[in-house]
Design a protein around this ligand. Structure first.
Ligand SMILES: Cc1cc2nc3c(=O)[nH]c(=O)nc-3n(C[C@H](O)[C@H](O)[C@H](O)COP(=O)(O)OP(=O)(O)OC[C@H]3O[C@@H](n4cnc5c(N)ncnc54)[C@H](O)[C@@H]3O)c2cc1C
Length: 637
């Protein structure tokens, strides 16, 4: 569960606004830009939407799973389910702060930890959809167990190894991973969260030329305290003649049994009590030369590419949790009688149940869409994966929060306490605590918005190129200006021309929604352009405005997935779910468009005053905890 650094525009350094050194920002930007992947593969639905184009070929047909592929996974899923039911009590695991050995053994035997490893190396060779199905099923039983699995194979060593490992590295490590060795992914450090330019862990060439000497600390490394193999991102020396101050990040396969590797602290969180995540220390660890993954300087890119598909696991587990919440709410709201009727019969409750069902349908549609694209191959899924992650992680928390509210006091009570007094032990408070993490890991919501904004602006930035770069020669800027003056009027005009076609197979009742989506898509592209014209390169600093544009693009992309899924299902119930989601998203869109930029400015100005120490009276009368010296009582590995 790692971050996804933004890749904001690199055309000019930002003025210092809130205390950060301007060169720090420029370096962060340069690092992110250097690791940014260029658009590749086929046309992306989301990229088209930000450009005002609904490309039918990118959406149709919905990448539904091949029934044979689905059937292939069934026996494995059944074995995993048996392992969970027979050996894992999620509440007990949380109390014990770990998964029981019997459960781990049973899950390993069922194949849960080698799902994505190619068959040639002893794995099951699952595609993305089957993998997501398996992890989602596990999450619906015990979310901590799903984190063990995904820390190991969504972002853990097996994924970068499959993508970038040499034949020798694959032969050495993939069979070990398939055979029970646990892995982890270590990018985050105490000073480097979403900004990898602040990495301090170093790998220096060993004086005897045998490899590297690794020193540093990694924070919140999921599975780290119990892992055998970790992919570690570290700074390596710049090549001769490289521009100064530009960190060079490389990735290494590290075996935790090596001398110098230790766990400094096992962290405790609001939820996921049974995961092991901690502060890892590397002190003069000797890493053989053959354990450099990909090439020197490609470590951040490797991390980001790993995350492109790695982050599809969270939408799948989020959807599973949202389904679980819906199931609880459905039963509870029909049964609980207050004020003379089942609570679901009261308008304020019943409408929420409907909202929740539509939300689950949308989460499922965008998750299956993105995962299906991966299995279909040939598509650039970076935007769809980021959108699925952003949308589902926001949605699951709201679904869990509303579920807690509808359960009333029982929502806030633990499952164990409910069970002890003879009530249904629905673990809503645990689901709610766990749901909150998703907006932070594998790209915080803010950082994903910046990433999506960068990608949305990219075609314009590439066209405008020299015009936005104050360092470009005057001639080049003039040419760029002329080029834009010729191409943009037509581009803009086209964003006013409706496309009346609706996809074949779309239920009649949903055609209006499709047309609203098409209109919204063109409107979004125009708004992006207005932003560029109004703020120029300064648009990259208008995070609130960009955030709204991105949220609009996210809603439109999810709407497209929802409508296409409804068309592919083709029965009336899907159409009603899709219809409600679209209408809700369109209402959000209207509210967003009414938000004045002046409101952003006012909030920012006040925020700066607070950060500068004004309004301290607002904090009067509180007792703040003292910061204790760093005594570490937790045991190591
Ligand atoms: C339980 C858990 C498991 C984890 N597992 C792993 C793991 O296995 N491997 C790993 O490498 N990491 C892991 N992480 C780390 C996780 O990915 C980071 O917490 C995340 O990247 C955010 O970094 P940070 O917490 O340091 O927040 P910061 O980067 O300090 O950000 C703090 C806040 O500021 C916002 N912010 C930061 N920069 C900007 C900006 N430019 N513009 C606008 N807003 C901004 C952020 O969105 C956030 O809200 C884990 C974390 C947790 C809690």
């Amino acid at each position: 569960m790692a971050p996804h650094p933004p890749a904001p525009d690199s055309h000019r350094p930002a003025p210092d606004a809130a205390g950060a050194a301007p060169d720090g920002r420029a370096v962060a930007r340069a690092v992110a830009e250097a690791a940014r992947e260029e658009q590749g593969g086929g046309r992306s639905l989301a990229a088209g939407i930000f450009l005002g184009r609904l490309w039918p070929a990118a959406v149709f047909p919905f990448p539904e799973q091949d029934p044979a592929d689905r059937a292939r996974a069934e026996p494995v899923l059944e074995a995993i389910e048996r392992a969970l039911r027979e050996h894992l009590d999620p509440e007990e695991a949380e109390r014990a702060r770990t998964l029981p050995d019997a459960a781990l053994k049973a899950l390993f035997e069922a194949g849960a930890f080698r799902l994505k490893i190619p068959e040639a190396y002893g794995g099951l060779g699952f595609g993305q959809v089957n993998y997501c199905r398996a992890v989602a099923m596990v999450a619906s039983w015990c979310n901590s167990a799903a984190i063990w699995m995904s820390g190991h194979q969504s972002i853990g060593l097996s994924t970068p190894l499959r993508l970038f490992g040499t034949p020798a590295q694959k032969a050495a490590y993939l069979p070990r991973l398939a055979g029970g060795a646990l892995s982890a992914f270590a990018l985050t450090e105490p000073e480097a969260g979403s900004d990898p330019a602040r990495l301090r862990t170093r790998a220096d060439p060993a004086p005897d030329g045998s490899g590297w000497i690794l020193n540093g600390e990694k924070l919140w490394c999921t599975n780290g305290p119990v892992a055998d193999l970790i992919v570690v991102m570290a700074l390596t020396p710049p090549p001769p003649g490289a521009p100064p101050g530009r960190p060079r990040i490389s990735a290494f396969i590290v075996e935790t049994a090596w001398e110098g590797c230790s766990t400094g602290h096992r962290c405790d969180f609001a939820g996921y009590g049974a995961i092991h995540s901690g502060l890892l220390r590397f002190r003069d660890v000797r890493v053989p030369a053959g354990n450099l993954l990909w090439e020197e300087g490609q470590g951040l890119k490797l991390a980001l590419i790993t995350l492109n598909t790695g982050r599809l696991t969270l939408p799948a587990t989020n959807t599973a949790v949202a389904r679980q919440c819906l199931g609880i709410v459905r039963q509870w709201c029909a049964r609980r009688v207050q004020w003379g009727a089942p609570i679901g019969a009261h308008e304020a409750v019943g409408a929420q149940v409907g909202w929740m069902a539509a939300q689950v349908f949308a989460m499922e549609a965008i998750t299956d869409y993105a995962a299906g694209l991966v299995d279909r191959g040939g598509a650039d899924v970076r935007l769809e994966a980021a959108i699925a992650k952003l949308f589902c992680s926001e949605a699951v928390f709201e679904v869990a929060d509303r579920t807690l509210q509808l359960r009333g006091g029982r929502g806030y009570e633990t499952a164990a306490s409910l069970r002890a007094r003879g009530e249904e032990p629905w673990p809503v408070e645990r689901l709610w605590r766990e749901a909150r993490l998703n907006r932070i890991v594998e790209g915080t919501s803010e950082i994903l918005r910046l990433f999506l904004a960068r990608e949305a602006l990219d075609p314009h930035l590439r066209r405008a190129g020299a015009l936005l770069d104050p360092r470009a020669p005057r001639r080049a800027r003039l040419w760029a200006g002329l080029r834009l003056a010729v191409t943009y009027p037509l581009w803009y005009l086209r964003r006013w021309i409706p496309d009346w076609r609706t996809p074949a197979g779309l239920p009649r009742g949903l055609r209006r929604r499709w047309r609203a989506l098409e209109r919204g898509t063109r409107r979004l592209a125009r708004q992006v352009l207005y932003g560029m014209v109004r703020f120029g390169p300064g648009l990259e600093h208008r995070q609130m405005l960009l955030g709204r544009l991105v949220d609009e693009g996210v809603d439109l992309t999810v709407m497209a997935a929802v409508l296409v899924r409804a068309a592919s299902r083709g029965y009336p119930a899907s159409a009603r779910l899709a219809d409600l989601f679209c209408r809700t998203a369109l209402a959000r869109s209207r509210a967003r468009r009414r938000t004045p930029v002046a409101l952003d400015r006012a909030a920012l100005a006040l925020g700066r005053e607070v950060l500068a120490g004004a309004h301290l009276d607002l904090e009067a009368g509180i007792l703040a905890p003292a910061i204790a010296p760093a005594a570490d009582p937790s045991p190591g590995r």
